[in-house]
Design a protein around this ligand. Sequence first.
Ligand code: ZN
Length: 345
Amino acid sequence: MRTFHNISEALHTPRFFLMRGAVRQNYEVPARAAALREGLASLGLAPEAALPASLATLLTVHDGAYLDFLANAAKDWAALPEAGPEVVANIHPSPEMLAQGGVPSASVISRTGWFTADCACPIGPGTWEASVGAAGAALAAAGEVAAGRNAYALCRPPGHHTYAARAGGHCYINNAALAVEHLRAAGAARVAVLDIDSHHGNGTQGIFWDRADVLTVSLHADPGRYYPWFVGHARETGGTPDGNLNLPQDFGVGDDVWLAALDDGIAAIRRFGADALVVPLGFDASEDEPLAALKVTADGFARAGAAIGAMGLPTCITQEGGYNVDVIGGLLARFLTGFGDATSA
Ligand code: ZN
């Protein structure tokens, strides 16, 4: 299996993270990518350098005004009097404001509130370059998958919480969605997304909500107790008959229940008749994760890899979350070994 990354990820070094009213060190740090590369190395895999995504390619998923904001936010923010080191919203438009015609002004403070969903996506001077690099890794992997081979993209920052025009939850560019659009443009008539990060893939769901040619499936912890808090429920079935399947899990669920739900997702993808598969892969469902919502073991990730590999679809794996740098490299190696195509290319 060919694997891809872009070393610009190291330029994205977020600090700000708000948790239960306390400002803490952000979890989404460059050490994650180093740990994942070690996991690949344990299998004899070395990620190849991907080119950054072009603006034209980013526009296949994202809104131009949003991309303009993301590219310029750090510079515009630094020009504010007494600016903090990172771009973080201090207001978001409420549904009442939007219902009465609320729109953003030209100010970066207003635009930050408009184009970010929460305070968990701080933008620093290297965020744009890193995000475009991660997108490039996903697109390089998708190119491989379009040729009928499986591939893995070590994307950092991750992407599945990003909507067409809104960052959120450590995510700025939706890498998995770009991979889907690349596969569609390359000739796959129907593409499925099978997201096994412990958080609902809300951005991806939003991007493909009205699309009959893309089925989004997400297996995640109960959003009633967990990010993204408002969506991720089973009742969200999409704007088309083949739109969306959410598989929320109770807190503390372990391998057997989680894998049975994964099987439900796989069955839905078989019924859909996908020609290609995109797997946003997070390890934050692990029993060893600091977020501790689910209790999946290393064996569980190997079994998930095996179940997904047995589908026999050309598969593009994009890295999402997973924050315990002591375990995520090993979990990646177990997943890919289970998947069954982890020999060096
Ligand atoms: Zn996650």
